[in-house]
Design a protein around this ligand. Structure first.
Ligand SMILES: Nc1ncnc2c1ncn2[C@@H]1O[C@H](COP(=O)(O)OP(=O)(O)OP(=O)(O)O)[C@@H](O)[C@H]1O
Ligand SMILES: [Mg+2]
Length: 367
């Protein structure tokens, strides 16, 4: 998967600009606040229908404008695809795939695959389980519409179940809950099964990537704590039994205490909990290794790598890890953003150097 061009109109600090990317490594450089992350964000938006940093779509419209748009054209094994999103201050965003409007995010997903990394991905290791679930959800939703739909339904049913649990009429709860639970378990099983396969797939790869980036000194292991295994039917059955057992607890708490919304991943480095003992650099390397492993699963499932977007990552790594990272991504189209990076870290690997100033492309050079 390669993104060939990206057109931004009244998007963030861009008035009207078109990027043309190289097939291999692309370095977007410029001073602070010139629009590097904005361009990276736009690509991610085209892939997933949402921003990695704005929680409201309207925020991306250029200050003072009523509407803005992004259009990307990508090449994949299945041919060329163009994706466009129009944002407006007064209306919901509109999405188009190959010129045809699509009404659901699920129809946008999967047209262009990407893996996105920026410094806040450190949260993946450091912070709450929610960040780790988001990582799995973003990957798996791009890989499978079935997953995305199951996740949407699950969240809806879960919210309704939690509402019901807060009702004062306990006999109503007892009567109605089994209906919700049957549906909840069905959707949960799709999610859990997909996450189990995903984690089984990425664990050894992440371990290998981590060993590579750390020069073989650190042994990374991933452990999932969902506790449900097997086929979807087995998972659904086990979960429904546990929901029955946990009924009194759920009733007391007023929410559902078990299920995929409580999943977590545990990382250990040389056997120690990386969240507690890992240094910043080690945690960053874990997050990067996970993203590199994620890229490999796209390759295994779809026959081609996703677009790798690495926002502000180079400057945070020591020289050795920088060179190793470049080595690791040299086989896929990668978009790096950076402020002052010495070209010499690319050594003999060819790359496209795009410089950005104040929402405009200033120069494009091939090395
Ligand atoms: N909706 C918007 N309209 C206009 N400008 C915006 C909008 N949202 C953000 N900006 C501007 O975009 C600029 C930041 O761009 P961006 O985050 O891409 O910078 P950057 O080049 O990645 O910088 P850094 O090196 O600091 O990460 C800021 O000046 C900000 O004010
Ligand atoms: Mg930035």
């Amino acid at each position: 998967m390669k993104i060939k061009s990206l057109k931004l109109k009244n998007f963030r600090n861009y008035a009207d600009e078109t990027f043309t990317f190289g097939d291999g490594l692309n370095l977007l450089s410029g001073e602070n606040a010139q629009g590097k992350t904005n361009a990276a964000e736009a690509i991610f938006f085209l892939c997933t229908g949402y921003s990695p940093r704005a929680n409201r779509d309207k925020l991306v419209v250029k200050f003072g404008e009523d509407s803005g748009e992004i259009t990307g054209v990508a090449d994949s094994l299945y041919g060329e695809v163009s994706v466009k999103i129009i944002f407006s201050q007064s209306d919901n965003k509109r999405m188009f795939v190959n010129g045809i409007e699509v009404l659901r995010i699920s129809e946008l997903l999967g047209n262009i695959h990407s893996v996105f990394f920026n410094p806040s991905e450190l949260k993946l290791v450091q912070e709450s389980p929610e960040d780790r679930r988001r990582f799995m959800n973003i990957s798996l939703s791009q890989m499978s519409k079935t997953y995305f739909r199951a996740l949407q339904s699950y969240n809806k049913i879960l919210a309704q179940r939690n509402n019901l649990l807060k009702d004062k009429d306990v006999s109503l709860i007892r009567e109605t809950l089994p209906v919700w639970d049957a549906q909840l378990c069905k959707q949960a099983a799709v999610i859990i099964k997909a996450r189990n396969s995903f984690l089984t797939e990425i664990s050894p790869i992440a371990q290998e990537k981590h060993a590579f980036l750390s020069g073989g000194r650190e042994d990374l292991a991933l452990k999932t704590e969902s506790g449900y295994f097997g086929e979807e039917d087995d998972i659904a059955y086990a979960l429904s039994e546990d929901l029955k057992t946990g009924f009194e607890r759920d009733l007391r708490l007023g929410f559902t205490g078990i299920g995929p919304h409580r999943d977590d991943i545990k990382f250990t480095l040389n056997g120690e909990d990386a969240r507690i003992y890992g240094s910043q650099g080690q945690q960053r390397t874990i997050a990067l290794s996970l993203k590199l492993a994620e890229a490999e699963t796209f390759k295994a499932r779809f026959g081609e790598y996703p677009v790798m977007i690495l926002d502000d990552v180079l400057s945070e790594l020591d020289r050795k890890r920088q060179t190793k990272l470049i080595d690791a991504v040299s086989k896929m189209q990668t978009i790096f953003t950076a402020t002052g990076i010495s070209r010499s870290i690319f050594k003999n690997v060819p790359f496209t150097h795009i410089t950005i100033k104040d929402g405009s492309v200033k120069s494009v050079k091939e090395y």
